[in-house]
Design a protein. Sequence first.
Length: 220
Amino acid sequence: MSKDVSFQDYVIVACGTMIPELNYLKATGFLDAAKILYTTPGLHQTPNELEKQLLKQLNEAKKYAKKIIIVYGGTYCYINIKNPTRTIDTVINEMREEGYFISRTIVHNCIDMIASVDEREEIAQGSKVWFCTPGWLKYREHEFKGWDKATANENFPQYSGGAIMLDSIGFFDQYMEEHPEEILDFSDWMGIPLEARNVSLDRFKNVLINAMDPADKPRE
């Protein structure tokens, strides 16, 4: 990973699900962005609210920098059932303005930001696994807003391999020490066991770098 990369001329606008990882990258000195702004976690199924918050944060971002990276996936982070052809990129394109560089992280979703399909297949070892990141546990009331136990029973038991958290920041062990009952309650609510696998942050770092203006990317 190159050490000469800098995000000082950028504002990051991200889904709140990625707060743990982005805070870690900021604290460790990799992400020196001018500002990091968030939308509420779990807006993937409420497209109108997502658009409203994204517009608000993009307008706020323009106060701090001319270059903006939107940390959202392209496939599952914006689901518009009423208008399936309307995508997150459609929304972003409508918000573009001359004089500003705006890009989106080229991944499917937050899981894909942390581990590739091949990496997840290797972890799953042929089992059907529900993958998550720390934000899905920490902000589960937002992520599963409107869900009850019956809805959980309709969705999670199909994952015979259980739930695996892709932990790139040492979150799970600390959370288990401080809030063991919350992890147990979440697992019980899902009806499947939850464990964590330590993974590298290198993929997420590269995802952010690849979203930069080509002129700002570190030389190979």
